[in-house]
Design a protein around this ligand. Structure first.
Ligand code: SF4
Length: 304
């Protein structure tokens, strides 16, 4: 049996070194704390809301920010994905109730008048294309009054986002990536921070498992047909052949990021959507455009 690099206990995981449970938890928490401190993601004066799905990543962020800063709120978006979101929301409700963390749930049905499931029964589109836009919209409006939105994005997610934008030539969007996101400042735009930026997905999964958060490790049924899934599988294969590839993608991107930000600063100057008043680079934001076209085919009219 391999021994922990920090003591004589048996190792339970081998990441950069073999660790027992106690030393792995210390290693992981130190890595997240260093990211928060090094990139000045959150300060004691921040009022932070955590975008939660009920999965391992956002629950880990919720747990750690509550432990270190207190006074946090969880924000969940209920898209209406039967067999998936109802399960993760149940886990999140239980977690928040056990840890006395306030939880705010905003649903597509209430906000737009249709659930994602209802919309997809009427129109043939890639689910993540519309869902990602509508989720971001509700996260931004749901976070009003808070100074930061913390998300559960990990190193694997970030490597995928970087490659997706590079494959598509979306350098302006790539300039908005990084541990602290957004290149435009607007009083209606809440900055987003990613405390798990340098944590591999398998490290987060091990931490959530060892901490017994009481969550089920579910995956959205639509994620398999997304472009992200294709890039994820590609990066996973590459990582197997050449370990360290994902970390290299992220670290080398961070060297490029100041140049991208400089080149695109100003090109993302925000106006406000004529329909909903939210920050937008067009007259009508993407969320309102989707909602208008989906409402016409998907469901009864509702408030928005
Ligand atoms: Fe929405 Fe796609 Fe995420 Fe599922 S995987 S919750 S459809 S963005």
């Amino acid at each position: 049996m391999v021994k922990c690099s920090g003591c004589s206990e048996d190792a339970v995981i081998n990441v950069t070194s073999p660790y027992c449970k106690g030393h792995f938890i210390k290693y992981f928490e130190a890595k997240v704390a260093e990211t928060i401190k090094g990139y000045k993601l959150i300060s004691k004066n921040d009022k932070t809301i955590i975008a939660c799905s009920g999965g391992k990543d956002s629950t880990t962020v919720l747990y750690l920010l509550n432990k270190w800063f207190g006074n946090v709120t969880a924000l969940a978006i209920d898209e209406g994905i039967p067999g998936y979101r109802n399960v993760t929301l149940e886990d999140l409700r239980n977690f928040c109730s056990r840890n006395r963390i306030p939880l705010k749930v905003v649903s597509y049905k209430d906000a737009f008048g249709f659930s994602l499931h209802e919309a997809l029964r009427k129109v043939k589109v890639l689910p993540c294309n519309i869902c990602g836009t509508l989720r971001r919209h509700l996260l931004n409006t749901g976070a009003r009054g808070f100074t930061k939105i913390a998300t559960g994005h990990n190193l694997d997610d970030e490597a995928q986002s970087i490659m997706m934008n590079f494959f598509k030539g979306n350098f302006e969007i790539a300039a908005r990536l990084g541990p602290l996101t957004g290149i435009a400042s607007d009083s209606k735009f809440t900055p987003r921070v990613k405390p798990l930026y340098f944590c591999h997905e398998k490290e987060v999964a091990a931490y959530a498992f060892l901490m017994s958060f009481g969550i089920r490790f579910n995956e959205c049924p639509h994620s398999r047909v997304s472009f992200r899934a294709a890039v994820r599988d590609f990066l996973n294969r590459l990582e197997q052949q050449k370990p360290g590839s994902k970390q290299n993608v992220v670290e080398n991107f961070l060297k490029l990021l100041p140049l991208l930000k400089k080149k695109h600063s100003g090109s993302a100057v925000m106006r406000h959507c004529e329909s909903c008043g939210e920050p937008s680079s067009n007259e009508v934001c993407k969320a309102c455009s989707y909602v208008a076209s989906l409402r016409s085919v998907a469901a009864p009219v509702a408030k928005f």
